[in-house]
Design a protein around this ligand. Structure first.
Ligand code: ADP
Ligand code: MG
Length: 959
């Protein structure tokens, strides 16, 4: 029986086969969900572990003729063993590392397993993949048109009970409940008396056994013969499983099963209806991912934050040593040394193929730097980065070849056909532009999602591009293999770049330009803003910088650089496949690039280069033997991660830190740099005050809802010119949420106006640009920036950094940077923070961080300051000294102040008026004396909360 819908035929048989395939996907996804819930890790090795199970099973069955149950049992056991080993050797060691390091570690594990399957297991004797139940009864008709084959029957009989058992185990058994308890909150584990580590090992073993078991059941459906088994892309399987896990928000096993079935059925239908295009399903998969991202991120749930919490820890040169030339020039000196070696390489390399490899190193280094910028600075994990390189490279070839440009869509066909034929430099510019375009497009979901979702989105994009998009006529000229490009290498200024040596130097020049541009970017505002947006979005917006824009900028710059690398790559190779596993722009190349960046050290340009040298340079030096490959990718990657979680650059950085310490010991005090004469006013008056009588801040009818909880209920507050307004109430009464609504950090009903301007529909950064200044309960600031850099971000309020001038090192970038630096130093001196200027925020005490936050308010020059427990987390004596500082800043800025404070005598003394909240309601407002004696306030707050009398040392919670 066949149905038809929108021109697609829907044969029942196909749907049924698809459903059984989907069941297989679902179980792999269930394993991923299980591990994720228990340890927050996205296990990229899940499919590979299963593949190991299948491979050992097939070997045992075919080569050694073990009976099916025994062979399958051993296969499952092998997979389980692999899972447990991974947990014990890798996961456990990296338990405290950033989740993304763990993610990459599991990618390494996956590669290692592929290696094991290929080299350690004996090769499989051919033949079909064994099916569990081959008896007659297992093959039957359902109705008159549906044939249920033995493979499907076996799959359902094998997998369905296991899925039910899993659901039962998790919801009904003691151990299952423990696992769920630990998954929901690791601290629970201690309460219920289970060791989280033991649970972790158990879950990994279970999930791995699961993967092995189901993949054994699914294998006959995915591939027909044992030989094909090795060719099944586990990345494709993984991507499908991840999409399913994502649809279930990494939670419900039921949703996993439903989503899996749907995906399997859909995939089979695509294969029947769009069969001309084997990769077409991946295009649909990307669409599905994007739809999921849009559908699931509405509301407040933000599953799986795996934003990169690592950054290269380079020691900045202290101002006191800035006078020492050799210290100042040392980092550049290191780069120059590397450059000198790079310049000499062609003189020592004889074979052209060798030179080709070294040229490749240069090109990949450019791509690695572009990923460093995106992942290391902006914290956006891109698992499909080489697709941007592919966009650049293939577009460049198309442009220079005068190939007709068709926008191929799977259904509509080629709708646009334009022929472009331009000189190669112009083609390169166009190709880079296209790279920027695609990167921004892929980056758009990143505005709504982080971590896992973004990783899956970029992975899906890389997959779609590598298997389908690059197969369109526009990208590959309609041929499977892109025509040899080597003879088309350009000529410029009379230099023939068709000559390999010249081309090497051309690529080197581009690499040097990339290093110069990107490191310049890091030292100026645009780069700082990217890191700020990664570390703390709310604080970035409070500094009047749009985190959205900072992230998109990172995507754009990074995509452009990757496209540049692609352009150079396309001319390097003597012809290549645009799609498929052998393509230089395949998803595997993207994963390798992530590994390169992690091996080198995320976030550092030097690290990106070191990583490339390690992964590509070592094989070039010592020959690409299996051992070298093993060292540079699989095992090497794992060992490096385990022993040098900061990457190779960590070694360089430790050496550098020691050098600085040495220099400081020998020259420190003597050569204290002369402070540049102060040229700047203590603050600039950014905002004109509104007409007399207009309140400076007015919030009317503010309500904030978190799911079912009404955290703030119809609250109105008003702040007049120059007032100090206190906000009091028990913990959890909605004080911080009210300030967050006014700041624009949470969605709210009601209206807010600042200095007489209605800002209700404005984004947070715009509200702060109009005159709000904000301090946070946790004073988190930007953990990986230095104190001076933090103030520099706040100074964006005065002078916005421009991205294009910064990229091209054009004015006014450097002049503005100098001015800002002088301003920052002034402000730091004013608050006696000079000695901390070069310290990283995360190394400071809470007290110091609170002072830095004040420095940021000064830098901002805001008119309405909103402070959330400004003395929280600091000792009583310091707090007493702190308040006059706040008041002085308020006076100097001529600002109004709204302050949340638990210290009652203090708040009553400094406030002109006080508001009191209880469970989201405003219960009293007025002059301090009246509010302090209001019976409601006494009953709700003063009488019950000890901390209203004793100062709080409560650990802060994020706003
Ligand atoms: P306060 O600052 O007065 O201690 P908060 O404004 O932080 O109180 O919290 C008010 C209520 O809103 C609390 O019940 C808190 O759990 C809840 N809440 C705060 N932020 C969120 C959030 N992002 N998601 C869900 N609930 C939240
Ligand atoms: Mg609070």
């Amino acid at each position: 029986m066949t149905l038809a819908l929108l021109g697609w035929s829907i044969p029942l048989q196909v749907v049924f086969n698809g459903l059984s395939l989907g069941l297989g996907y679902a179980v792999i996804a269930a394993g991923i969900v299980l591990i994720y819930r228990c340890s927050g890790i996205i296990n990229f090795a899940q499919a590979a572990i299963g593949a190991f199970g299948v491979a050992s099973f097939v070997v045992l069955f075919q080569n050694y003729h073990l009976p099916y149950p025994l062979a399958a049992g051993l296969g499952v056991a092998g997979a389980a063993l692999l899972g447990v080993t991974t947990e014990l050797l890798v996961v456990r060691r990296l338990f405290d590392a950033s989740r993304v390091v763990l993610l990459i570690a599991t990618v390494g594990v996956a590669q290692l397993i592929a290696f094991l399957i290929f080299y350690v297991l004996p090769p499989v004797k051919g033949g079909p993949i064994p099916v569990a139940f081959e008896a007659k009864w297992a093959r039957f008709h359902l109705g008159d048109s549906l044939v249920v084959g033995t493979r499907q029957t076996s799959l359902v009989l094998l997998v369905a009970p296991v899925l039910i058992a899993l659901a039962w185990f998790l919801t009904r058994t003691r151990l299952g409940l423990h696992i769920r308890a630990v998954a929901d909150n690791p601290a629970n584990a201690r309460l219920v008396g289970v060791s989280p580590r033991k649970v972790s090992t158990l879950v990994w073993g279970m999930a791995a056994a699961f993967a092995g078991y189901t993949q054994i059941a699914v294998a006959p459906i995915v591939t027909r013969t044992a030989d094909e088994l090795a060719g099944v892309s586990s990345t494709g399987l993984l991507l499908r499983a991840l999409v399913i896990a994502m649809a279930a928000r990494m939670r419900s096993i039921t949703v996993v099963v439903i989503a899996g079935l749907a995906l399997g059925a859909f995939e089979s239908l695509v294969a029947v209806n769009v069969d001309r295009d084997p990769g077409a399903f991946n295009a649909f998969l990307l669409v599905a991912v994007l739809a999921l991202v849009l559908a699931l991120t509405r509301g407040r749930t933000r599953p799986g934050d795996t934003s990169i919490a690592i950054g290269a820890r380079s020691t900045p040169i202290p101002e006191s040593l800035a006078g020492l030339r050799w210290v100042r020039h040392a980092p550049a000196g290191g780069m120059v040394l590397l450059l000198a070696i790079a310049l000499l390489v062609p003189l020592f390399v004889e074979k052209p193929s060798q030179l080709l490899v070294w040229t490749e190193v240069l090109v990949v280094a450019i791509a690695a730097i572009s990923l460093t910028l995106l992942t290391g600075w902006a914290g956006q994990l891109s698992l499909g980065h080489f697709a941007f390189a592919g966009v650049g490279g293939l577009a460049m070839l198309a442009f220079t070849r005068g190939q007709p440009m068709g926008l191929g869509l799977p259904i509509v066909g080629n709708v646009v056909a334009v022929t472009v034929d331009v000189p190669w430099l112009a083609a390169m510019a166009l190709a880079i532009g296209l790279g920027v375009f695609f990167a921004v497009l892929v980056g758009l979901p990143a505005l709504r999602v982080r971590g896992l979702f973004l990783a899956v989105t970029t992975l899906a994009f890389g997959f779609m591009a590598g298997s389908w998009m690059f197969n369109r006529a526009f990208w590959n000229g309609g041929r499977q293999s892109v025509r040899s490009a080597i003879r088309e290498r350009p000529e410029l200024f009379g230099v023939d770049f068709g000559e390999p040596r010249n081309y090497y130097y051309l690529c080197l020049a581009f690499l040097v330009a990339t290093v110069v541009i990107v490191s310049h970017l890091r030292r100026t505002g645009a780069g700082r803003n990217m890191i700020a947006a990664r570390d703390n979005e709310a604080m970035t917006a409070a500094s009047t910088v749009s985190p959205t824009r900072a992230k998109l900028t990172a995507f754009a710059v990074s995509g452009g650089l990757a496209a540049l690398a692609g352009c150079l790559y396309a001319f390097l190779l003597p012809g290549f496949n645009a799609t498929g596993d052998a393509s230089p722009f395949s998803p595997d190349a993207s994963l390798r690039l992530v590994a390169i960046v992690i091996i080198g050290g995320v976030g550092s340009i030097g690290g990106a280069i070191l990583g490339t040298l390690w992964v590509l340079g070592l094989p070039a030096l010592f020959g690409a033997t299996d051992t070298v490959q093993l060292l540079t990718t699989n095992i090497g990657l794992l060992l490096l991660l385990l022993y040098l979680p900061g990457g190779l650059i960590q070694v360089v950085q430790s050496g550098w830190a020691a050098t600085i310490r040495y220099a400081a010991r020998t020259h420190g005090a003597a050569t204290r740099a002369v402070k540049p004469a102060s040229t700047v006013a203590f603050h600039e008056r950014r905002h004109s005050t509104p007409a007399a009588g207009t309140p400076w801040l007015e919030a009317k009818g503010i309500s904030v809802r978190f799911g079912g909880l009404l955290a703030v209920d119809d609250v109105s507050i008003r702040v007049e010119a120059g007032e100090t307004v206190g906000l009091i109430g028990q913990n959890g009464s909605g004080k911080s949420t009210l300030l967050n609504a006014i700041s624009g950090f949470v969605d709210h009903d009601g209206s807010v106006s600042v200095l007489g301007r209605d800002v209700s529909s404005r984004a947070a950064h715009e509200r702060h640009a109009i005159g709000l200044g904000r301090g946070f309960q946790d004073a988190g600031l930007f953990r990986s920036l230095s104190v001076r850099e933090t103030v520099l971000v706040a100074l964006e309020a005065r002078r916005r950094s421009l991205i294009l001038p910064a990229l091209l090192a054009l004015p006014p970038t450097n002049r503005w940077e100098r001015t800002k630096r002088a301003e920052a130093n002034d402000i730091l001196d004013l608050l006696q923070l000079g000695q901390y200027a070069d310290r990283r925020i995360e190394d400071l005490s809470t007290g110091t961080r609170r002072v830095v936050e004040l420095a940021c308010l000064v830098a901002n020059g805001a008119k309405v300051l909103l402070l959330d427990e400004p003395t929280g987390g600091i000792a009583q004596r310091e707090a007493e000294a702190f308040v006059p500082v706040v008041q002085r800043i308020q006076r100097d800025l001529d600002a109004a102040l709204v302050v949340i404070e638990h210290d009652m005598p203090l708040i009553m003394a400094i406030s002109t008026r006080v508001y009191c909240l209880e469970s989201g309601h405003l219960i009293a407002s007025g002059i301090p004396h009246d509010v302090g004696n209001d019976p409601l306030v006494v009953a709700s707050y003063l009488g019950t909360d000890d901390r209203a009398l004793v100062r709080s040392n409560q650990p802060a919670t994020a706003p």
